[in-house]
Design a protein around this ligand. Structure first.
Ligand SMILES: Nc1ncnc2c1ncn2[C@@H]1O[C@H](COP(=O)(O)OP(=O)(O)O)[C@@H](O)[C@H]1O
Ligand SMILES: [Mg+2]
Length: 206
């Protein structure tokens, strides 16, 4: 078992599963949380992640196959996508892929799924296909307000982690998003994004 990423929430290992490379994701105990609450949260996120990884496949979102789940150990074993996380790609590639990412987020929202943690490290490019991962904070929601929260987060990530390309990347994201959700939803949700920003918890991002 080889540790490949130590995340804030989970450790990610590469293992072999039926002779294939696979990812072993285990959510770690957080000692600062009450232990009963902590095990409940870890269990709930593991369940959500495994359910939604499979659910969204039905409407065409590329995701890793789930091979095995142990809720008690808050563990998921899934297919390894042997590509590169989008945040590790070149700036021009990120700008180009932003449109596809916008489409994928649009498709999630159109089907009533909020991702909950839209960062560029949660998209993996493999053989010209963008895969979506890390659904532990996702929810079934058709509320425009929830969809706006998703957009605000990815906008913020583009602005902070990819500042130099923020403008063309965000523009492409919105083109892709709008092409899937349609103009009326697009107008409604982007207006809510501006509302969130103007509430002052976040500075407006141009
Ligand atoms: N199925 C997978 N295939 C390939 N890489 C993965 C897979 N799942 C996770 N990773 C890698 O591990 C990192 C962290 O996994 P992630 O599920 O996003 O956990 P975290 O909650 O810590 O962000 C990802 O950004 C990616 O680089
Ligand atoms: Mg992640």
């Amino acid at each position: 078992m080889k540790l490949i990423k130590k995340g804030a929430e989970a450790d990610i290992y590469q293992i072999t599963w039926n002779n294939n490379n696979a990812i072993f994701k285990i959510r770690k105990i957080k000692n600062y949380r009450n232990s009963l609450l902590d095990s409940k949260i870890r269990k709930q996120r593991t369940l959500k992640e495994s359910q939604i990884l499979s659910q969204v496949k039905s409407f065409g979102i590329p995701t890793p196959l789930v091979y095995f789940v142990n809720l008690k150990k808050s563990l998921i074993i899934m297919q390894e996508i042997p590509g590169k996380p989008v945040n590790d790609l070149s700036e021009s590639k990120i700008v180009e892929l932003s449109k596809e990412i916008g489409k994928l987020v649009g498709l999630l929202h159109k089907n009533g799924v909020m991702h909950g943690d839209l960062t560029t490290s949660n998209f993996i490019l493999f053989q010209n296909t963008v895969y979506v991962i890390d659904f532990g904070l996702s929810q079934n929601s058709i509320k425009p307000e929830d969809h706006a929260v998703d957009l605000r987060l990815i906008k913020e990530i583009l602005n902070s982690a990819h500042a130099k390309i923020m403008e063309p990347a965000w523009k492409n994201f919105l083109i892709g998003y709008k092409s899937i959700v349609g103009n009326a939803n697009y107008v409604k949700i982007t207006k809510l994004v501006l509302d969130i920003e103007s509430r002052g918890r976040y500075a407006a991002v141009v």
